[in-house]
Design a protein around this ligand. Structure first.
Ligand code: 5AD
Ligand code: SF4
Length: 431
């Protein structure tokens, strides 16, 4: 019997997608993944994030926690592992460290942990391997990593250090992975990357790739992550309006700040006016579009007025998915040495205000869908016939009256109720 492993994934959608590959590759050679937090696994894998100092500290804390609980070894991978120049993870007791963006494994004395770490690096650098292993996704939705790295060099961001220069996977390679996933029954394909909109290969841009992926009749729909402002977002919005592209109607469009002074200091290459113009165009084309954004509060030099400018934009549009981060100094980034640092309690307080606004806006957005037809891809159905799935706008819906045959199907329903941010519908009530 092979050992048990608990996998802890931190950070973004891309990290979660990578986690599925790590799990698939290790399950294939006999490891059993356990999720129950009350049981101590033989090994723990932490796939880390380094976007903020807090995320990095949390990863170190998890290493110590697993060791106290009595695991045989902790293996650390991901962005915090790739930027850990002083080998702090080893100092905290990690058995092996996978600095995947450097293509490197730092081994220790535990042979089994070393072998697990090698396998993780293999999974992260090869993706799915036909006939060998598949990623382990929990529903009918699968992520495909089409791109890695970023060179936008926003002043606050450590990601270029953690993930390296931008690299795009080739079209044939991506289509082959899509084919594998579709033949296993996955119906929604999520195209992920660090800066997905920068994907280009074989003479195509992201919109061209989406059309190629959508051409397979087994594809139910295609979803995207974050899209950077001032790229080809307008072309993408047009594509969302074309049903043959099967593209979900969501735009996660990071604002970071609503103040032109701060945007400039952040080295973002757009103004608040340009940002608003695109969102207005998107709402004109697709009035129900699911809008998301990332915002950083308390960037160096952010005044009360700068923050008020951000609040104004957030209030102005029907955002349904806000990610708010108090600014965190990342060593080596240009912003880390900027003057006029904002006290941490002010950063946190501003974040709290925006999170509250974001929650209110999400509920308003969700309530708007009561009595309107939405399309849901059913991901699972429980023993009571209650199906669960997501709409194109990325809202969760529970549907009564489903059968297990509905899993993987796209169905139209009219929600009769919204509670908090969940919609409720029934197949029998006139749908
Ligand atoms: N501090 C706080 N938030 C950050 N982000 C990136 N770098 C930092 C930082 N140093 C946020 C941005 C980005 C999201 C993924 O993380 O909002 O869009
Ligand atoms: Fe975190 Fe960025 Fe790495 Fe994703 S790419 S895990 S957000 S540091």
């Amino acid at each position: 019997m092979k050992a048990t492993i608990q996998l802890k994934i931190m950070g973004c959608r891309l990290n979660h997608a990578e986690g599925a590959f790590i799990q698939g590759a290790l399950e294939r050679i006999g490891y059993c993944f356990v999720t129950d937090p009350a049981t101590t696994p033989d090994y723990a894998i932490i796939h880390t994030c380094t976007i903020t100092a807090q995320a990095q500290r949390e990863a170190q804390r998890l290493v110590r926690g697993y060791l106290r609980a009595g695991v045989r070894g902790v293996i650390v991978s991901g962005c915090a592992a790739s930027t850990d120049k002083t080998h702090e993870f080893e100092a905290n007791g990690a058995a092996a460290v996978v600095a995947n963006s450097l293509g490197e494994v730092r081994h220790g004395s535990n042979e089994e942990a070393n072998a697990i770490a090698d396998r993780i690096l293999y999974a992260l650098t090869h993706g799915a391997v036909e006939g060998e292993y598949m990623p382990s996704f929990a529903s009918t939705r699968a992520s495909i990593k089409i791109q890695d790295g970023c060179n936008f060099r926003c002043a606050y961001c450590i990601v270029p250090d953690a993930r390296g220069e931008p690299r795009s996977r080739g079209v044939d390679d991506i289509l082959a992975e899509c084919d594998m996933l579709l033949s296993k029954g996955f119906r929604e394909l999520v195209l992920t990357g660090v800066n997905t909109i920068c994907w280009h290969a074989d003479g195509l841009n992201l919109c061209g790739l989406i059309k190629r992926v959508a051409a397979d009749s087994r594809v139910g729909r295609i979803r995207l992550g974050s899209i950077e402002p001032r790229t080809t977002e307008r072309e993408l919005i047009e594509l969302m309006a074309d049903p043959s592209a099967k593209l979900c109607q969501t735009l996660h469009y990071p604002l970071q700040s609503g103040s032109n002074n701060i945007l400039k200091l952040m080295r973002r290459h757009y103004t608040r006016e340009q940002y608003c113009e695109v969102v207005e165009a998107a709402l004109e084309t697709l009035p129900q579009i699911g809008l998301g954004s990332d915002i950083i509060t308390g960037f160096p030099g952010e005044t009360e007025q700068d923050f008020a400018d951000t609040v104004e934009i957030v209030e102005k549009f029907p955002f349904s998915n806000l990610h708010v981060f108090p600014y965190s100094e990342r060593p080596g980034t240009p912003a880390a040495t900027l003057p006029h640092s904002v006290p941490m309690d002010v950063r946190r307080n501003r974040a709290k205000q925006l999170i509250a606004i974001g929650e209110r806006k999400r509920c308003e957005f969700v309530t708007n869908f009561v009595g309107k037809s939405v399309e849901v891809l059913v991901e699972r159905v429980d023993e009571n016939g209650v199906g669960r799935g997501w709409t194109s706008e990325y809202l969760e819906v529970r549907i009564s009256g489903c059968s297990s045959n509905d899993v993987g199907r796209l169905i139209s329903v009219v929600p009769h109720e919204a509670q908090a941010d969940m919609l409720y519908a029934s197949i029998t009530s006139g749908n």
